[in-house]
Every structure is written in C-alpha cells, then in structure tokens.
Design a protein around this ligand. Structure first.
Ligand code: NAG
Ligand code: NAG
Length: 537
C-alpha cells in the first residue's frame, strides 16, 4: 500500500491515434486543393505564413499525448458498449484502518450492455472521493489497463467518513463516435457573417462562415498578425471587404438515429455501482487535514496530481500555498493598482462578473458592445484597479457582434507593454472542441509565441491560464474538452505561466455539473488566481 503520498505524479502519458493523423493528412490535402482552386485572394492583406510547426516533432508528440484507446472496429453496436449499470467497482486491497496520507485503491471492471466483461479500455470515467457533510472532495486518478479493467486511486486527505463515487461519462464506443464526428464533420457548428455596405442602402447579406473553407465561392480572411484564417461564403451583392458583423450560426445534426443512442441521457454520465463501503479515515499524528505546502504560489510551478481538493468548500492547493480572499477588502487590496486583462470565453467572464459583484466599488463602464463578446471594462478608480475582459477571437459562438471588436488572443498579447502591475489571464478551449485538433494546436502555438515574447519584454508581468471547466453537455463534451485541455497544459509546460486547474475544481465539486459553475466554485477559481497575483509571504 503506498504511504503518505500526494506529491508529483505525471499525468499518464497517452499514445498515438492513427485515425487522427489520417484525418489530419486528409484535411491538409483537401485544404490546399480547395485554396488553389476556388478561394479568391484575401481581402485583408493576405500573408500566408509558412507553418513549420505543423510538420514538427512537437505536433506529433502532442498527438501522442492525447491518444485515447479506440474500440475494435467490429464493436460499434450499442449492445457491445460499456454499461454503467452493469459495470462494478470494489476495493483493491482493504486495510484494517485508514489514516490521512494513505491511498485508497479501487478496481473497476467494465461490462457491456448484456453484462459481459469488456476486453478493451477507453471508457471515459470520472471518479471522486467525497465527504458531503464536510463539503470535502478530491478527484481520483483513473488508470486504464486497456483490458476492460481500471484502477482508481484516491489520496486520503482529510479525516472523517469518505465515500467513493464513479461516473461513466462516455463508453469507449461513445468516445470513438465523438472523435469520428470531430474529425470527419468539421462544421457541426457554423457561424454567420453579416455583410454591410452603406453605399448599397441598409440591406445586409448573411452567409455561413467557419475556420475552414465553406462550400462554393469563398471569402478568405488571413489575419496579418497571426496568420490565422477565417472563411465566409462569398455574398452575392457585397464584396468580401463588407464583412462587418459576426455571430453563432447553427448546430448541424450529424448523428444518425443509431448513433443518437450512444449520446442519450440513458447512456452518458451514469453512476457506476460499487461495493466500496463508507470508510472512516483517521487522523495521522494529529493531522486531520492535509495542508498546502509552505511554498508561495508563483508562475512556472508544475501542477501536482491531484492539484488540490475541497475541504469545507474551500479549495486547498497541494502545489503551493493557496490563499483565500473571503472579504471584498482583501480581494481589493490584492488587486490595488493592477491592470488585469482577461481574454477568453464565458467561463472566464464569470471571473470578471464575480469580481464586479464581490467588490462593490468596482464599476462597470459600458462600452456599447455586444456583452457576450466584449470588450468589457470595469474600474475601481480609488485603488487604481482596471479589469478588462474580452473574447479570444473567432471561432466564437456569440450574439451578433462587430467583427472588428473580436481580436485574436495572440494579437492582444502582442499589443501589451507589460509591467509589474499587469496581470494577464486567459483561457481557450470550449469554442474549439468541435473542430479538428490541428486548428486548436495552431492557435495555441501562436499564443505561446506571444506569451514568450511578452515574458521576454516584461519579466515582471503575471500570466495565468485558466484551464477548462468540466460540465459541458450541450453540443459539447467533456472528453473533447479534456483533449484540448491536455494540449493546452502540455504546450505551456515549463513556461513561466501559472495554471489554475479549473478542471479539477469543477470535476469534483458537489454542485451539479455545469460548464458555468455556481458561485462557490467560481469564487474558489478566483481565489486560486489571486493566490498567484498576491502570493503572500
Ligand atoms: C491500524 O492498523 C495498524 C496495522 O494495520 C495497527 O498497527 C494500528 O494499531 C491500527 N490503528 C488503529 C487506531 O486501529
Ligand atoms: C488487466 O490488466 C491489469 C494490468 O496489467 C492486470 O493486473 C489484470 O489482471 C488484467 N485483467 C484482466 C481481466 O485481464
């Protein structure tokens, strides 16, 4: 039995997906083909940047990192998919007593819809250990033995009655379906471009836009700063230059009725029954709760596994000395004189909104833009605090917004001078999950370059990355999110940036799963962020 252990353990490295690479090669070939034949010259100073990264060993390594075992080809029938109700878990080894610092090992056996043991892995499981009365919980680590069995590991971090809870988020067959849809239907989510020319009266034309060419004659937009591409179907009565507004388009239904069964509520996010009793964890040498190490939080720290846990609804980091900011005065004194740039999606806008609600003297200044895209501005003039939020650029599911207000994240970073009082926090993920992986990897690559340059010209700046939240159910999936989140973490590993592990903080909390978590979770995320801005002693 492993003893006191909640230290560094590398997230298990995963291996290579051939289907995925095949899909990528196909995409590149078809993309070049299309560009040569049909796409008119870019209306906005076309500048095709060479992209050496796309052939680099780094990309291959990243693809290996997110490899996920796939079921055999002949296992596509629903009857052979994993059933949560028929699967089962039990204690791997039982001890006469358990103390804080021990590990709890649980063995899970996956079974299919008819109760037969599975012989391959790839199920997407979520496990936690929790004590509801103590509002304490920690995410478990899942090890896939790729033979239908899994070992779940839970560190015992507090004394009291603890219980195990395991969920089958998706069977391996459902994961294969999600992956296939992502890689073969790159436009399950579309966007709208609104073309306006005052010289032609107020008539507006709307066409479909996306990160890849849409069918028929196409307008191609190449961002001069990042080389990122955006495409819209060419309008009939306007020129490509008349693109003024952007919004969400439609969600295409690409599932057959046979496939819908895999993603129905009866088959996803189901509790797996187990025979692990409630366990009374005893204090260890008077230690009733694990504590954060006495190391101030600072950018560049690698995350531990687990990165932390909840105790009495407060997130305790196991990587550094996390702080709490229970009053608005404490939060404001941390943020005094800071210029905070938040760039990302609505999960980060929740931080901005939380701080506005939490610190009454922070005032929102209306910039007369579409709220869901930003830019948003709030100030606390007496303490010299500036809080900005804006979206990370297209692809962006949002209300009708001015295209010129939507800036690529890397361009925003490149426009910052930096300084010791500047704080940048960003997130990137949920708006990318339906697209093939290389779109995301290319985007993060340009952001990483911008971060490296910003750190070089301003070593005193604080840069924080918010990882993805769990709880994505509508048109998304936590499995797709996790793939991007692992890429994001890997691509910033070793850089002087801080990572707030929102994934862990959302995955084990007792509130119902929601991509926009409740206030107590957001407050813990913000406290983790402020622990990097104001690390204390
Ligand atoms: C816990 O178990 C160990 C051996 O397994 C034993 O030495 C110890 O006395 C037990 N402690 C309590 C409080 O039961
Ligand atoms: C599955 O693999 C694990 C780890 O290699 C092994 O301990 C276990 O016995 C295997 N179980 C089955 C049913 O093959």
């Amino acid at each position: 039995m492993p003893k006191t252990y909640w230290g560094l353990r590398p997230t298990p490295l995963l291996c290579l997906g051939l289907i995925f690479i095949g899909g990528m090669i196909y995409w590149f070939l078809s993309f070049d083909h299309f560009r040569d034949k049909h796409v008119p010259p870019s209306p906005v100073g076309a500048k095709s940047l060479p992209d050496p990264f796309m052939e680099s060993p780094e990309l291959q390594a990243l693809l290996q990192l997110i490899h996920w075992p796939a079921p055999p080809e002949n296992a596509a029938a629903f009857a052979s998919s994993t059933s949560a109700e028929k699967s089962h878990y039990r204690l791997l080894q039982s001890q006469s007593n358990y103390t804080v610092g021990n590990m709890l090992l649980v063995s899970l056996e996956a079974r299919d819809q008819s109760g037969q043991p599975k012989h391959y892995g790839g199920d997407f499981l979520r496990a936690k250990l929790h004590s509801p009365e103590l509002k304490a919980s920690v995410a478990g680590t899942v090890e896939d033995h790729k033979n239908g069995t899994y070992t779940l590991t839970f560190p015992l971090l507090w004394a009291g009655a603890v219980k195990v809870s395991v969920c089958l988020i998706y069977s391996s067959e459902t994961v294969a379906l999600l992956r296939r849809i992502r890689d073969s239907h790159p436009s399950t989510v579309t966007f709208r471009g609104y073309f306006v020319d005052p010289g032609q009266g107020s008539k507006e034309e709307v066409t479909e836009c996306n990160v890849h060419p849409v069918s028929g004659p196409t307008c191609q937009y190449v961002d001069p700063g990042t080389g990122e591409h955006w495409f819209c179907a060419r309008p009939q009565h306007h020129s490509c230059n008349d693109l003024v507004y952007h919004s969400t388009g439609i969600y295409k239904n690409v599932l057959s009725s046979a496939e819908k069964v895999f993603l129905s509520g009866a088959a996803t996010d189901r509790i797996i029954p187990g025979s692990v009793p409630i366990i009374q964890v005893l204090p260890s040498h008077q230690l009733t709760v694990a504590t954060s190490p006495p190391l101030p939080c600072h950018p560049g720290l690698a995350l531990t596994n687990p990165s932390g846990f909840y105790y009495k609804d407060v997130w305790v980091s196991l990587g550094c000395s996390s702080r709490t900011f229970p009053t608005s005065d404490l939060a404001l004194s941390c943020l005094r004189g800071k210029i905070v740039h938040m760039i990302g999606d609505s999960t980060l806008r929740q931080w901005w909104e939380f701080l506005l609600a939490f610190i009454p003297s922070v005032k929102h200044i209306d910039l007369h833009v579409t709220y869901k895209s930003g830019p948003l501005l709030a100030v606390e003039p007496a303490q010299g605090l500036v809080l900005r939020w804006r979206a990370h650029g297209v692809p962006l599911r949002t209300g009708k917004s001015k295209m010129a207000d939507i800036h690529y994240l890397a361009n925003e970073l490149n426009a910052l001078g930096g300084g010791p009082d500047m704080v940048v926090v960003f997130t990137l993920g949920v708006h990318f999950i339906t697209f093939p992986m290389h779109i995301y990897v290319r985007r993060v690559h340009s952001i990483r370059q911008a971060v490296a340059q910003l750190l070089a010209r301003s070593p005193q700046i604080t840069i924080v990355i918010k990882s993805a939240n769990t709880g994505y159910t509508v048109y998304g999936s936590d499995w797709l999110s996790l793939q991007l989140d692992n890429i994001l973490r890997a691509m910033f590993a070793g850089m002087r940036v801080a990572i707030v592990d929102a994934w862990a903080m959302t995955s084990c909390h007792y509130l119902p799963e929601n991509i926009h978590p409740g206030k107590v979770v957001v407050q813990n995320e913000v406290n983790a962020f402020l622990s990097y801005v104001c690390p204390g002693k």
